[in-house]
Design a protein around this ligand. Sequence first.
Ligand SMILES: *Cc1c(COP(=O)(O)O)cnc(C)c1O
Length: 459
Amino acid sequence: MGIQAHKRHLERLDKKYLWHPFTQMKEWLEEEPIIITEGRGSFLKDICGRWYLDGVSSIWVTVHGHRKKEIDNAIKGQIDKISHSTLLGLTHPLAIELAEKLIKLVNSSFVSRPSSLTKVFYSDNGSTAMEIGIKMAFQYWQHKGIKHKRRFLSIRNAYHGDTIGAVSVGGIDIFHKAFSPLLFKTYRAPSPYCYRCELSEEYPLCKLRCLKAMEEIIKSHHEEIAGLIIEPMVQAAGGMIVSPPGYLKGVRRLCSKYNILMIADEVATGFGRTGRMFACEHEGVMPDMLCISKGITGGYLPLAATITTEEIYNAFLGEFKELKTFFHGHTYTGNPLSCASAIANIELFKKERTLRTLQGKIEILRRGLSKIRELSHVGDVRQKGFMVGIELVKDKKTKMPYSLKEKIGWKVCYRAREKGLLIRPLGNVVVLMPPLSISQDELKMLVQITKEAIKEVTE
Ligand SMILES: *Cc1c(COP(=O)(O)O)cnc(C)c1O
C-alpha cells in the first residue's frame, strides 16, 4: 500500500471506530486528520512525512522533548525487569525511589516551613490526583472529629479535570454546566482574571479586591469549609489566566487564618512550566496538598501524585477496625514504567540545568509576544514562564469578544497548522506551551508563525 492509500485507510478506520476527547465528532468526520507517527525533540512527524512544531507540548506534557534518550532508556531498562506490579499490598523500588525524589524536590523548591510535605499518594492522571485531594481533605476533618467541615471553596474559571469530583470544583461553564445536576455544591470565589475583572476593578488600584471577596465568603462559612482548591499562578484551561502578584500568597494566608486546607493543583503548572519547578514557589507558598501529573514523567506515560503533610497522613492512622484507612486506589497506581520515566525526568532537570537555561528562553518568548500584543485583534497577552494565552477580541477598545460560533481560536490554529505549527486554542484564547527543551530558533519560529496566523485570520 502506498503512503496515501495507507493514510486514507487509517482515516477511514479512525472515523469508524474512534470517539475523540473534547471533540465535536460531527466536525471531526468532515475534516482530514493529522496522523502522527513519530516525534523528535520539539517536533512531530505525520504519516506523510511532514514535520510540525509541537507548540503545546502534546497538550501540556512534554518537558525535555520527544524521544529523549535518557527517558527512553529508563523505560526500556525497566521493561526488561517488570512492566507492572501493584502498590496494593506490595511495593517496588522505583515507586520508593521516586517518592523520595519528589519529597526532596518539593521541599528544596519551596521556602522551608515547619509543615513540609512528606507523603506521596500515587495515581495515574490529573483528575484522580484531584479526587484524592478532595477525599483526603474531607476525611481528614472527619477523622479529627470536626464533622461540619465538609464543603469546598473553589474559584471561577478553574479546571481540575473531568471526573465528577473534579468537575464539581471546576468553574468553566461550557465544559461543566451540563453536568451540574450530578455535582456537589461548592462555594465560589471570583477568578483573578484582571483583563475581565468580574468585580469591575483594576489592578493594582483594586488592592486585590478578589481576595477580599474570597475572605467574605470564608468569614461566613469557614466552619463548613474543609479545603480550598486552586491552580497556583495560572488558571490554565480557563484561558491561561495569570493571577496578579500577591494573590496566591493572600490565598495561603486566608487558608491558614481560617483553618482551611489549601489544595494546590499543579497538574499543569508543575515541572518547570511557569519558570520555577512549581508555581507555588513564585510567592513562597507551601500548600497542604500538592497535586501533580502532566509533566511528571517528562510527558511519556500516565502518572500522578497527591503529596501531603505528616499531619494529614497521621489523622488516618489507627487500628484497622476503626476504619480510618484511606479507602482509595487505582489499579495502575505507581506503575513501574511510569515511575522510571519520572525519575529520569527529574534527573534531567538537574543534569541539564533545565530551569536555568529556561530563563533566557522565557525572555525571548516575552519579547516575541510583545509584537503579538500590538496586533489589532489581540486584546490581552498573558505569560507566566512557558505558559502563554493570547486572547483575541473583536474590538480591542471595548474588549468585545468574538462569539463562540466564529471559532476564531480554531481558525488561527488551523492556519498555524498549514504553516507547520501544531497548537490548540481555548475558545478565543490561543495557547502556546512549548516543551521546556525548545531551542531559541524553534521558539522564534513558534512566535513568528503564531503572529502570522493571527494576523492573517483576524485582519
Ligand atoms: C489537565 C489538568 C487536570 C486533569 O488532568 P487529566 O490527566 O487530564 O485528568 C487537572 N488540573 C489541571 C490544572 C489540568 O491542567
